[in-house]
Design a protein around this ligand. Structure first.
Ligand SMILES: [Zn+2]
Length: 629
């Protein structure tokens, strides 16, 4: 939390154990990395372990201790080292000696992948033997942390083949104790909860062991709570449905830093294309975009490869180097950053949430993301507006009563009273919404209609409707298009006072529709409603919608940072270097005396108008950060 981190992760293969530690650490220095996450133990130990059922790589030369040597070289150069373990699989010899430690499919068979046997989170390997393995590792090596891959029982193997529920004796016994019935063999609503509880129990023990043996070392895995930092990935996969999500790193870091502000976020930029293609990297511009997005939202850049740093495809590391160099030279900009955004977006279902995420970014409205309500009580934070892409949660009641403003959407019955629900429409294909209120919707002056698709929650009509439903009607052939349509008073949006606050409810999935179709009508509707609810915008700018702007504060340095990330190089599945943007006018609310652009390395003249300090950024390449103090 108080030092900038530039992390390189490399997952070692067993054949990499013979690597040259001096060369590896020199390469880390050349790339300006100050933290290394790399292979330590579990499936293969990269050190001469003495613990039974834990095996050093057969490729480690006699007398060598690869992990120990890298650790020593790295620490001598002030590079932190996090050891990576994978306890989810091990060798046949362990299975032969302790079959009860292993995952069992419904037919009683173990899960075997490339000769490795899958362990079970509830078996003795994870619950007892792992403690012996980790005790040796922690006592021998002054690690700065341990990271655990595949923590718990995955639902599928590496090839994506489902393996079902584990039916080992430990799972059967624990499930019966916890739920008073037999372990389900198929899908079951509580099975996920059972596995999660099992994971958390083991994580609690391992976390406690790490903190007891190495009080300064951190515990990481892909779970929330318990861990000392929040890990996420920006990655690609060959079978993932399109569109790509070019805001992946921003989304992960924004959400992590604002959901759990007392923990650092580690968003790992996965260099390779997919798990079956680990030796070819994604476009260099995509690698850099992820790094800059991490930094703009309060985390450090992080790059992941497999093998040594002598990569077959060097483009990912080469793209990483200038960003890491920059971060090292300007380390003070990336320490102690907190979001200063005045708008909050609540986490939600992917498409609906992403629609709002992208729209806010395109509208250049700085926003924080949270997937919890800790900002209401535990860590109080003031927001001018809260946006929910999926319904109106009851937790917002006090916030609204005390004068808060909420924009909520989705055909989901609101948990707070905003009107009387008549019925839910499950299909509105070929329906429209007619715009009535011209004053409220200046962005919609060139159209009378918005399109509606998907579910719609019908409320009783208000006295003065803003938008009304035109229900589905004939859409073909052209001779018959909508000749039968009918006007109604069924509302397309509800607007009402709530206590001292105000709530707008859009009873259909405008976020999901915007994510898929980017209709300017939907964008205009939401933007005008946001501007109706907001007392004023935090940032006023003429920047292009594909410039991402974040406003961060550094309370200890009493200054504000405005980050600009240029996304204009993204198209479909391609990432190219972004197009240079010129003469971007930016006004930020607040009282600042000085503006300096770090990338351009120059002062920017400041002007004042009505609560805003304004400056012009003459040129934006890939990334800029303007320091206001
Ligand atoms: Zn089991």
């Amino acid at each position: 939390m108080d030092e900038g981190i530039r992390l390189i992760q490399t997952n070692l293969r067993e054949t990499d154990t013979a690597l040259d530690p001096v060369r590896l650490v020199r390469q880390l220095e050349e790339y300006s990395a100050n933290a290394l996450l790399f292979g330590m133990g579990g499936i293969v130990a990269h050190y001469p372990t003495k613990v039974e059922f834990h095996y050093a790589s057969p490729h480690m030369p006699a007398g060598r201790d690869t992990f120990g040597e890298v650790l020593r070289e790295a620490h001598a150069r002030k590079i932190r080292v996090i050891g990576r373990f994978d306890l989810s699989k091990t060798q046949k010899a362990v299975y032969d000696a302790h079959p009860e430690w292993f995952f069992r499919k419904a037919n009683g068979e173990p899960v075997i992948y490339n000769g490795l046997y899958s362990t079970c989170i509830n078996g003795g390997y994870y619950r007892e033997h792992a403690i012996r393995i980790l005790t040796e590792a922690l006592e021998r090596y002054d690690v700065d942390g341990l990271f655990f891959n595949m923590f718990g029982n995955p639902a599928a193997d590496y090839s994506g083949v489902p393996i079902g529920n584990c039916t080992c004796e430990s799972c059967k016994k624990r499930f019966r104790e916890m739920y008073g019935r037999d372990l389900p063999t198929g899908r079951d609503p509580v099975y996920g909860e059972f596995l999660e509880k099992s994971r958390l129990e083991v994580a609690t023990r391992i976390g406690a062991l790490i903190h007891a043996k190495r009080p300064n070392a951190a515990f990481w895995t892909y779970i929330q709570g318990l861990v000392d930092g929040i890990t996420s990935e920006s990655n690609t996969a060959v079978n993932r449905p399109l569109p790509l999500w070019p805001y992946s790193a921003s989304d992960n870091v924004n959400r992590a830093r604002n959901s759990q502000p007392d923990k650092m976020a580690f968003n790992l930029g996965i260099g390779f294309v997919d798990i079956p293609y680990r030796f070819v990297t994604v476009p260099p511009a995509e690698v850099q975009l992820r790094h800059y997005q991490n930094m703009a939202h309060g985390a450090g850049p992080a790059f992941v490869a497999v093998g040594t740093l002598d990569q077959e495809d060097r483009s990912g590391l080469l793209a990483t180097k200038p960003v890491f160099d920059w971060h090292k030279r300007h380390a003070d900009l990336y320490v102690g950053q907190e979001s200063a955004a005045r708008v909050l977006l609540l986490g939600g279902r992917q498409g609906s949430y992403r629609g709002f995420f992208r729209l806010l970014s395109e509208q250049l409205i700085p926003f924080a993301v949270s997937d919890n309500f800790s900002w209401l009580q535990e860590r109080p934070r003031q927001f001018d507006l809260v946006i929910s892409s999926q319904g109106l949660p009851a937790e917002l009641e006090d916030y609204l009563r005390q004068g808060g403003r909420v924009l909520a959407a989705g055909a989901i019955a609101p948990q707070l009273e905003v009107g009387k629900v008549v019925r839910r429409w499950t299909n509105t294909r070929s329906a429209y919404l007619r715009i009535h209120d011209r004053a409220l919707f200046p962005s919609l002056q060139d159209t009378n209609l918005l399109f509606l698709d998907g579910e719609y929650l019908e409320f009783e009509p208000p006295a003065k409707p803003l938008l009304t439903l035109i229900p589905p009607s004939m859409f073909g052939p052209p001779e018959k298009v909508h000749v039968d349509w009918t006007e109604t008073t069924k509302p397309g949006v509800l607007l009402r006072e709530y206590g001292k606050g105000k709530v707008v409810y859009i009873p259909w999935d405008v976020g999901g529709l915007y994510y898929r179709h980017s209709s300017p009508g939907h964008a205009g509707l939401v933007t005008d409603l946001i501007d109706h609810l907001l007392p004023s915008r935090q940032v006023k700018t003429n920047a292009h919608p594909l410039v991402e702007i974040t406003v961060m504060s550094q309370p200890q340095r009493k200054r504000t940072l405005v980050h600009l990330v240029n996304l204009s190089g993204h198209s479909e599945t391609a990432y190219f270097p972004p197009i240079e943007m010129r003469d971007i006018q930016i006004g930020v609310q607040g009282d600042f005396r000085r503006a300096r652009a770090a990338t351009l390395n120059r002062e920017l003249p400041l002007a004042s108008t009505g609560g805003y300090r304004q400056f012009v950024l003459p040129s934006l390449g890939t990334y800029e950060v303007v320091i206001l103090d």
